[in-house]
Design a protein around this ligand. Structure first.
Ligand code: CP
Ligand code: NVA
Length: 307
């Protein structure tokens, strides 16, 4: 049966947990030079409407390591919704490829694409969320802390697709999630309430960076102006400067807290150069884990598609 990975909420807690176990297994096998060719003969169509380093490369490399073929398309090839409708694109691509992966602005467009596609659809980032990133982040936490449950995570800075992804994972895995942001950059409070009502995680939104970070085991941040809204950076710098991850703020966290950033980073804005280069930063392990976590996601979708 066709299943998608458009949001963390598409998968159950059990499915997420077992997929992280599969990612660990595939990572070990890959490190030993024995990555199984589980996607032999399968072709993946990746469509990008926004720039990417990690997502594009990790998916292309991962698909190659698993024996599959990746074909990348960009806006230079076609303009989705302009040259032809989303539903036509979905139906045409489904006749050629075994899975469609998309990075775009509109989350609704990805949902529409899925509705008309007969193959699995993977969200490689929308303005609303970035589920592949948060799966890789959970894999990194699992490796570094030896557990994923009830982790104290401070998410600092702008409320964006990463904030929403953290809120979504908190609906599947119990977390102590503290969001530190300004009153003018609040997350979607409707979503916050919905996740609080699900009741498995503790979610706090605070305007005090130190309160968010107090005793945290993981500190997380992302750029203050996401792709498509770079014109807002001056205003965001003014609103969010207190939420910068720097060595003084880090002192409020647990002694050996880890610092994560999905990258790309704007050094000395949301995070200082000193912290991102410091001993508590694991951002490059985190970036590597995009490769392993996403391989597991594609293998799982392919398995479901066979049933
Ligand atoms: N973190 C992330 O998605 O990076 P890219 O935008 O380079 O793909
Ligand atoms: N919030 C960032 C994430 C980049 C990986 C953006 O959407 O630009």
């Amino acid at each position: 049966m066709k299943r998608d990975f458009i949001s963390i909420l598409d998968w159950t807690s059990e499915e997420i947990r077992s997929n992280l176990d599969l990612a660990v297994e595939l990572k070990d096998q890959t490190k030993e030079g024995k990555c199984p060719h589980l996607l032999q003969g399968k072709t993946f169509g990746l469509f990008f409407q926004k720039p990417s380093l990690r997502t594009r490369l990790s998916f292309e490399v991962g698909i190659t390591q698993l024996g599959g073929t990746a074909i990348v398309l960009t806006e230079q090839d076609f303009k989705i919704g302009e040259r032809e409708t989303v539903s036509d694109v979905a139906r045409v691509m489904s006749r050629y490829v075994d899975c469609i992966l998309i990075r775009t602005f509109s989350h609704q467009m990805v949902l529409d694409l899925s509705k008309h596609a007969t193959v699995p659809v993977v969200n490689m980032l929308t303005d609303f969320n970035h589920p592949c990133q948060v799966m890789s982040d959970m894999l990194t936490i699992k490796e570094k802390l030896g557990r994923i449950d009830n982790v104290r995570i401070a998410y600092l800075g702008d409320s964006n697709n990463m904030t929403n992804s953290w809120l979504n994972i908190a609906a599947r895995i119990p977390l102590d999630l503290r969001i530190g942001t300004s009153p003018k950059t609040l997350p979607d409070m409707e979503l916050v309430r919905k996740i609080q009502e699900i009741g498995i995680s503790s979610i706090k939104v605070t305007h005090s960076a130190t309160e968010a970070v107090d005793g945290a085991e993981v500190l997380y941040t992302d750029v203050w102006a996401s792709m498509g809204e770079k014109d807002k950076i001056t205003e965001r710098e003014r609103l969010l400067k207190e939420f910068q991850i720097n060595s003084i703020l880090l002192q409020h966290a647990e002694k050996n807290a880890f610092v994560l950033h999905c990258l790309p980073a704007e050094r000395d804005k949301e995070i200082t150069d000193e912290v991102i280069e410091g001993r508590q930063s694991v951002v490059f392990d985190q970036a590597e884990n995009r490769l392993h976590a996403q391989k597991a996601i594609l293998v799982q979708l392919e398995k479901w598609n066979q049933v």
